[in-house]
Each structure stands twice: as structure tokens, then as C-alpha cells.
Design a protein around this ligand. Structure first.
Ligand SMILES: C[S@@+](CC[C@H](N)C(=O)[O-])C[C@H]1O[C@@H](n2cnc3c(N)ncnc32)[C@H](O)[C@@H]1O
Length: 296
């Protein structure tokens, strides 16, 4: 069952860092539980998606950002804040089951520091009509795409602008198994524009998730440490856009792992790599071109 089909219910929680965050009671998870919404959104998503570089390079052309799991809006607003310093056109698509988490956050804007100054924008956005206007130097079109992201991605008639950056922030695979499958990542990858570099950042460092991204066609690298997380993940349709691509040593470890086979359907239990998965990884251009090959 979709947990948000019941009565949505949220609470504010104080993190060890002192920052306030939103807990979704139905899912049983906190949004940005590590060092809090503002720091995580900036470090994990804005920096790793190289937004300053994208905005600097793409003045005059629309920059398209996908915000998967709008939630309480920290990633969306932090990305818009980053854009405000640049004379760019930004189209931000926020995906979620509903606007309820953002409405809750709006009602508690006094405690959620990252919402300061955004109340006027949010008052319009939470009505479900989106928001467009100027923020600092940037011209912004912010839209809400409602519904189950996995279902929406599979809709052939859903025309969406191809993203330059994807902040991928669902709940954990335990709570959101439908959003971490190789099948879904493949559908996302097919929506990229092959002529434009795209970066995807996510907090997970799970081998299963990384293998799923590789099978979908992404190149995959290690992401920064943030909060309690020693590492996160960055993926791209360009190998050269990754600072720390996964290497053949990682691949060798994954081959020995008892749990690295990704889920193709939600809820599939982990297991060792299937022969077809191993073959696909071995032939993936990220590894096939390596000096030692990937056969060991
Ligand atoms: C970790 S929270 C996102 C936090 C948010 N990025 C922020 O900065 O505040 C995960 C979000 O994913 C949403 N979600 C869960 N399942 C979903 C699904 N199948 N499709 C779309 N969104 C989903 C939840 O409603 C929740 O708001």
C-alpha cells in the first residue's frame, strides 16, 4: 500500500546538529537525517550536481533540474537559491506523491531555517499551480509532477524535459523499493538527452543501487561524505564528469558479494550477481576500457 494514501502525518524532529528536520510518520523516516536539510541539500546535491558550473556554462540556455522526492522542499529551494546568483533560465521539476510534506514544512517555516524568505513562493506552489518568476538573477519555472515516480516514468505519453541534473532523494530501499530498481533507472536514463551531460546524485552508497545505475546505462562514481555517511553516489551519462568513478577493484568486490544483484522489480531480495548481470558489468564502458580489463 502506498503509505500516503492514509492520513499523511508529519512531525518536526531536532537532529544532533541542532537543525530541525521533518519526519514522515507513515514512511517512518526523517528527511535529511544526517546533518540536516540545509547542509545536506547543499553538499550532497547542489555541489555534486555541479550546479554553479552548469549555471556558469549555460547562460542563455534553460537548465533543467529534476528533484525526485520533493518532500519538505530543502533540495528544491537550495537548488533555486544556487541558481539565483546566475542570469540563467531554470526549469525545476519536483516529483512526489503529494504536496503534503511541503505544506507541513510551510506551516513550520519558523523552525526550518532553509525556508526563510521562501514563504511567498511556497504559498503559491503548495496550491498545486507551480511557480514561475524571477529569483535573484535567475528566471525560474518550478513545476510539481504528482504521483508515484516509478509509475510516471513508465508513462510513454508523459513528455518531460530532459534533465541536466537529478537530485535523487526518495526514502530508503526498504521504504521505497519501487524507486530503486534497475528497471526504473533504465527508464530515467532513457529520458536523458544523449547530447547533454547529466549528473544524478543520491545519498545511497549501496552496491545494489550502484549496480542498478550501471545496468541502466549510467557511469557511476563515489560521492562525497556528508553527515554520518562516509560516501554517497554520483552517476552521469559522461564518464569524464565523475570525480571518482568506480574502478575494477570495486567491480571485483561486487562480483564476490552475496548481495549485489539489484532489484528489477520492487521487493526482489538481494543475492549474488546473476551471470547476465556480471556480463553486462564486465562489458560496461566504464570497466571494459580499464587497463586491466574487468575479467579478474
Ligand atoms: C527523503 S524524502 C525527500 C526529502 C526532500 N528531498 C527534501 O529536501 O525535503 C522522500 C520523499 O519521497 C516521496 N516519495 C515516496 N515514495 C514516492 C514515490 N513512489 N514517488 C514519488 N515520491 C515518493 C515521499 O513522499 C517523500 O516526500
Amino acid at each position: 500500500m502506498n503509505p500516503q494514501e492514509g492520513q499523511p502525518s508529519f512531525e518536526l524532529v531536532r537532529l544532533a546538529s541542532g537543525a530541525w528536520a521533518v519526519r514522515d510518520e507513515a514512511f517512518g523516516e526523517i528527511m535529511h537525517p544526517g546533518c540536516g536539510p540545509a547542509v545536506e541539500a547543499a553538499r550532497l546535491y547542489v555541489e555534486q550536481l555541479r550546479l554553479a558550473q552548469r549555471f556558469a556554462a549555460q547562460q542563455g540556455r534553460e537548465v533543467v533540474l529534476w528533484d525526485v522526492g520533493l518532500g519538505a522542499g530543502a533540495n528544491a529551494l537550495t537548488m533555486l537559491q544556487a541558481a539565483s546568483a546566475w542570469p540563467v533560465r531554470v526549469r525545476l521539476l519536483s516529483f512526489d506523491l503529494s504536496l503534503e510534506p511541503l505544506r507541513f514544512a510551510r506551516r513550520h517555516a519558523g523552525r526550518l531555517a532553509y525556508l526563510a524568505g521562501w514563504q511567498g513562493v511556497l504559498d503559491v506552489f503548495v496550491e498545486g499551480r507551480g511557480w514561475s518568476g524571477t529569483i535573484g538573477e535567475a528566471k525560474v519555472q518550478w513545476e510539481f509532477v504528482s504521483g508515484d515516480f516509478a509509475v510516471r516514468m513508465a508513462e510513454p505519453d508523459l513528455a518531460l524535459p530532459a534533465p541536466d541534473g537529478i537530485a535523487y532523494d526518495p526514502f530508503s530501499p526498504q521504504r521505497n523499493p519501487e524507486l530503486w530498481t534497475a528497471r526504473l533507472f533504465r527508464q530515467v536514463f532513457r529520458r536523458l538527452d544523449p547530447t547533454r551531460p547529466c549528473l544524478l546524485a543520491t545519498y545511497s552508497r549501496s552496491n545494489r543501487v550502484r549496480v542498478a545505475l550501471l545496468l541502466a546505462g549510467f557511469f557511476v562514481g563515489r560521492g562525497c561524505a556528508v553527515g554520518m555517511k562516509e560516501e554517497t553516489t554520483v552517476a552521469s551519462n559522461r564518464l569524464e564528469w565523475l570525480d571518482r568513478p568506480l574502478d575494477v577493484d570495486w567491480l571485483a568486490r561486487v562480483r564476490r558479494s552475496a548481495t549485489a544483484e539489484p532489484a528489477w522489480e520492487p521487493g526482489e531480495p538481494p543475492g549474488p550477481l546473476r551471470p547476465a548481470t556480471w556480463e553486462a558489468l564486465r562489458r560496461h564502458p566504464q570497466f571494459a576500457a580499464g587497463p586491466e580489463g574487468a575479467s579478474r
